[in-house]
Design a protein around this ligand. Structure first.
Ligand SMILES: [Zn+2]
Length: 216
């Protein structure tokens, strides 16, 4: 029995590659062109899992697939091996934000933990957004200011266009010469984090943002 080994963002990446293959196939390109697209997608997918076992590599290998049905079954099968977001209770969340005495907790029972790269919820009364992520093996959380941008734009986390909000946070960066120094960082991200979690294909920006905010 192979253990779960695929992260949400990795499955999103794989789905994106499959969509590209289907798109190429629909254009009725020469067989060699389609073959090249499949081989390229396969190499990119296998490249995401440098430590995969031979069983896992076999499961991920899509070079023999041909029909849309086969590609759909392939995704369906891989979905069974999604690593869920760590189980976390409301009490644990409260401990992560000790300064926030009126922390509004999300309804954890409504969240599908197998489809989360990061856990996030909004408190619209105080215009706050909370983000929790497993960074280098440890769950970390940050609180950001959050203002709906009222427009469509690109999200920094998932790099997709959609309804975004402006979010900003004061980092823990210090300046020895100026005790009043502070540095705020901000950006546009998806207003709806469950949508963002469906689209995010890598965590480069998310982890860099969290490390800078937390001063790690
Ligand atoms: Zn997003």
């Amino acid at each position: 029995m192979t253990e779960k080994f695929i992260k949400n963002e990795q499955l999103n990446f794989i789905k994106k590659q499959i969509a590209l293959i289907k798109d190429t196939a629909q254009k009725h390109v020469a067989p060699a062109v389609l073959r090249a697209a499949i081989d390229m997608a396969n190499a990119k997918i296998l490249g995401l899992f440098p430590n995969a076992s031979s069983t896992q590599l076999e499961m991920l290998n899509l070079s023999r697939l041909k029909t849309d049905d086969e590609f759909d079954q392939y995704i369906q099968h891989l979905s069974d091996f999604l690593l869920p977001f760590p189980n976390i209770t409301g009490q644990q969340l409260k401990k992560m934000f000790p300064k926030n005495k009126k922390l509004k907790l999300p309804d954890l029972s409504l969240m599908d933990h197998s489809k989360l790269t990061y856990l996030s919820w909004n408190d619209l009364r105080s215009n706050k957004k909370f983000i929790v992520y497993k960074l280098e093996g440890q769950l970390v959380g940050i609180e950001c200011k959050f203002e709906p941008a009222g427009k469509k734009s690109y999200c920094s986390f998932c790099k997709c266009a959609g309804e975004v909000a402006y979010f900003s946070t004061v980092t823990k960066a210090k300046n020895s010469k100026n005790p009043d120094y502070y540095k705020a960082i901000g950006n546009l991200i998806c207003a709806d984090s469950s949508e963002c979690n469906k689209k995010i294909t890598n965590t480069d920006y998310l982890t860099a943002f969290l490390k800078e905010s937390l001063g790690i």
